[in-house]
Design a protein around this ligand. Structure first.
Ligand SMILES: Cc1cc2nc3c(=O)[nH]c(=O)nc-3n(C[C@H](O)[C@H](O)[C@H](O)COP(=O)(O)OP(=O)(O)OC[C@H]3O[C@@H](n4cnc5c(N)ncnc54)[C@H](O)[C@@H]3O)c2cc1C
Length: 281
């Protein structure tokens, strides 16, 4: 039997799996490779400010510390370049370049059930389960007869184009009739491609036109659209959903920034569950 089964291998599932494996646990991470997975489309921008104000009631200093430690391990490029400036600027925003993705097993889990003091998930057995399936958590919980999270999928889009740029480029802009200032980023996306985008579900066509204009300025014209479902909840949800089952999802933006702290919180929850189980034997 596995110690922990993680369902969903996006940013959250990967960060959680990596942390749990580092602590010596036998962990499998399953991923269904679904179209629209948020982490495959995300820009990778991480805001330091995200972990300064507590985004969840359980948040403590050690969770901020976990983020600091994680992001000082070399996963990020500390500078963004503005196309009008020759020098890099540190703007409180860092780019999460090489997020440590974990190896996942291909599987799509439809439902879970408690069994023999642990959990059963379609052939997989584990003492503990972490559900980090982003926008797809609720269908799994519904099929299992468990309460739902209410996570809302919020569509975001980006363009992939042929070409390369030296560093991350940002552009601030306003759409016609809009008072808010928007920011979009361009960065290398591997295989001689660059990625440009952000999410603005209410103004997606205009935002795509703005992206194409920006690409034109970079002298790149071809762009393939990619998209993802942001898991939108007012704040990230990391809870003991049932004995031995932790749900970790949501957060809308800044999901990437919070992932290391979420991983620590999951580790703490699992440790306290194990201690409770041992003391009741
Ligand atoms: C265009 C765009 C740009 C963004 N830019 C940023 C940004 O710059 N900075 C930022 O912080 N955030 C950004 N976000 C938000 C960010 O992407 C999300 O907060 C984050 O990726 C959520 O990660 P996740 O692991 O919870 O979900 P996901 O990445 O959606 O991962 C869920 C995983 O679960 C798997 N899965 C689902 N159902 C099952 C099942 N039944 N069985 C097995 N596996 C399953 C899926 O295949 C998927 O891989 C952006 C989002 C979009 C769409």
């Amino acid at each position: 039997m596995l110690d922990v089964l993680v369902i969903g291998g996006g940013f959250w599932g990967s960060a959680i799996t990596q942390r749990l494996r580092r602590s010596g646990l036998n962990v499998a991470c399953l991923d269904a490779d679904l179209e629209g997975a948020a982490s495959r489309a995300a820009a990778g921008l991480v805001r330091h400010s995200s972990w300064h104000s507590p985004p969840a009631p359980w948040w403590e200093q050690e969770h901020s510390q976990a983020c600091h430690e994680f992001f000082s391990q070399g996963w990020v490029d500390e500078y963004t370049f503005n196309r009008y400036q020759t020098e890099p600027r540190l703007k409180g925003t860092v780019w999460c370049g090489d997020f440590p993705w974990v190896e996942t097993e291909p599987a799509r889990i439809q439902r879970l059930r408690p069994e023999n003091g642990g959990w059963w998930a379609e052939g997989w057995q584990a003492r503990q389960v972490v559900l980090s399936a982003g926008c797809w958590c609720d269908p799994i919980l519904a099929e299992s007869g468990l309460p739902l999270t209410g996570v809302q999928p919020w569509r975001g889009s980006a363009l992939l184009a042929r070409g390369g740029i030296r560093r991350v480029l940002t552009r601030t802009y306003r759409l016609p009739g809009d008072t808010r200032t928007r920011t979009m980023t361009a960065r290398n996306w591997g295989k001689s491609q660059l990625r440009l985008g952000d999410s603005l579900p209410d103004r997606e066509p205009e935002q795509l036109a703005e992206m194409r204009w920006f690409l034109g300025n970079l002298q790149v014209t071809e762009g393939e659209e990619i998209w993802g479902w942001r898991p939108r909840l007012a704040r990230p949800l990391v809870e003991n959903w049932a004995p031995g089952l932790v749900v970790a999802t949501g957060g809308h933006r800044n999901g990437l920034a919070l992932a290391p702290a979420v991983a620590l919180r999951v580790q703490q929850l699992l440790q306290s569950q194990q201690m409770t189980a041992q003391s009741s034997v």
